[in-house]
Design a protein around this ligand. Sequence first.
Ligand code: MRU
Length: 374
Amino acid sequence: MKIQGVSRRSIEIIAGRQTVRILDQTVLPHGLEWRELASLAGVIEAIKTMRVRGAPLIGATAAFGYFFALRDDPGDDLIARAYAELLATRPTAVNLRWALDRIRRVVVPLPPGARAAAAWAEAGAISEEDVRTNQAIGAHGLALLQAAAQRKPPSSGPLQIMTHCNAGWLGCVDWGTAIAPIYQAHDAGLEVHVWVSETRPRGQGASLTAWELGQHNVPHTLVVDNEAGHLAQRGLVDLMIVGADRVTARGDAANKIGTYLKALAARAHHLPFYVALPVSTIDWTITDGIREIPIEQRTSREVTHVVGLAADGQRQEVLISPAGTPARNDGFDVTPGELITGLVTEHGLFGASPEGLAHLAKTLGRTGSETAAT
Ligand code: MRU
């Protein structure tokens, strides 16, 4: 996608130095800073502090972190230690484990001297595939948006789409998951308008989704998270589409905290609620998302404070509650499959149900034992 008209990716490969460059998402939207990552420690810090975030991008970045570790020491001990350290950075998004497993499967059978080169190639492949995958998600989602637009009464204005958090190109290598269909619809001339919910406490909607939609000139309006029910009730939303951090084998979807409330509002007002994801976001080993998906617990400071641009142009963090107020900060929630109209994947639309996921597994040519393994 483009920044000020120039095509960029959220993670870019610097082939000559065998490093990567990331767009630091903690600085957006008021600053634009690229940061080179060249070590396992640098990658761990970038994921933990959310300089990079979003399930697919976390996976792609972690893959390069694994390469940096193996470049320093390709021995069996480090293969295990780097895997564990990277896996511990963010517990909910399963793409992290998926990417590490993929690299580990490639390097373990190789002699130590061949491991780093193989890891570099595989990390690059994960990044490239993410771009193609999201473009395909966009194409399948575009068909849904076109159909929804056709169902609207004539002259009833743009297709009103609500999203949550950031499931755009900043959360992936490029295109995005839930936002990819919106970009493709906009580019195809379909009139769309996006309700962007701010996504407290980290504000991924306000700071990231609003920024990237603005860069692409997609009409959008920022709302507080609490507007979702009101807008749906007033007939101001035609459909909702969000991303996912982990989807189970029966279609339950973990996504940014607040997603479940939106799904409930969509159900109450008979609105389609889609979850867009690459199949690498499916955790085939679990079924009950509410009981089995680990929910990241984040610092209470994100709830008691807000960060923004002060009048003097400097970033500032301010306290919004009485000092010392206890606060709880679950990073994600789980939307049960029965509230989800469909899963938009790179292979098409599938039901968020055991049958829908079984159909997807069959489409992927997965056997029962593979499905149980990863
Ligand atoms: O905590 P974050 O910002 O990493 O959470 C991201 C989300 O919840 C996204 O909606 C999800 O990863 C889909 S990203 C394309």
